[in-house]
Ligand binder design. Sequence first.
Ligand SMILES: [Cu+2]
Length: 341
Amino acid sequence: MISFLIVQIYINFVIGLWLLVNWQEMTKLLRIHPLLKWFQFIDCFLLNVMQIISAVRRFVTFVSYESESVFIGVFIVVFISFKDDCRHFNGHPTLLTFVKRQLMKKYLALALLLIIASCKKDEDTTPVETSSLSLNLSFKSGSTPLLFDTINYTNAAGNQYSVSRLQFYISNIQLIKPDSSLVDISDFSYVDARVAATLKIKNNIPVTGQFIGMKLQVGLDSAHNISNALPATNENINMAWPDMMGGGYHFMKLEGSYISGLSFPGYAMHIGRNQYLVNCVISHSFTLSEGSNSLGLVMDINEWYKNPANYDFEVDGNYSMGVMAAMMKLKENGSDVFMLQ
Ligand SMILES: [Cu+2]
């Protein structure tokens, strides 16, 4: 509606400008006294106002179609049907009628182009895509990007280790507003650090504004952490936590090997069971605007092994599954494994 009015006013402005520039020629053509131009101006101005009102009225009857072709069609109808009802000068056409005829002859193509351009522009400013947030996951150990299967990293306890598997669920992502209220943006996603397709978490909940951080969980809440509650995909089946150990799903499987004296034993940091759900809080200010937004979500694997308590494969054990103390340490260390960038 507003854009339609803008087009109308724009066209009238062009007509007015044309009148000003070509006034002398016009008066000759129309054989009228130059002083009458002010009457003509007021006359045309009033007519323009009437046309806008009439155009709006006509447009409203079509607006429900909301298609570009109808939009253009209505405009052309309105444009061509300008009323010739101000013939004050002994049968001479009014200036506006004259201009309209000139425009019809010379500038119709230009006018149509303007209309189409205006319509296109209008479409661009209409938000077609609702705002959404994509999280792009990446992994590192300390300052080193994750490279699988190489003993390349050292944790706070001094264990030199590699990573061969990193799979987990990320769930209940919430954005933190400056007043500390929370906006829920996602349910849960399965992530396999080796599978690129799982590293982009998209949500379709429109959200805009300023935020001071993010909360999320590594694992599944109690409503989902029930055997066979998730769709029976290979990924979910592989993440199953044995029924004889309580059922549900692994929240995370982080595996690799490490250097122990002269040997290279494996390690498996597996977390599951509701009480070991990992709550992460990330302090990071960001603004989400209309359209699509993306943020980098980086997991520092070394953070699983420190803060508040160092995890040492030699002391705390290289297999955590079902070992309450080990899983509790990982859960608590896990609260700061993520950062946003
Ligand atoms: Cu396990």
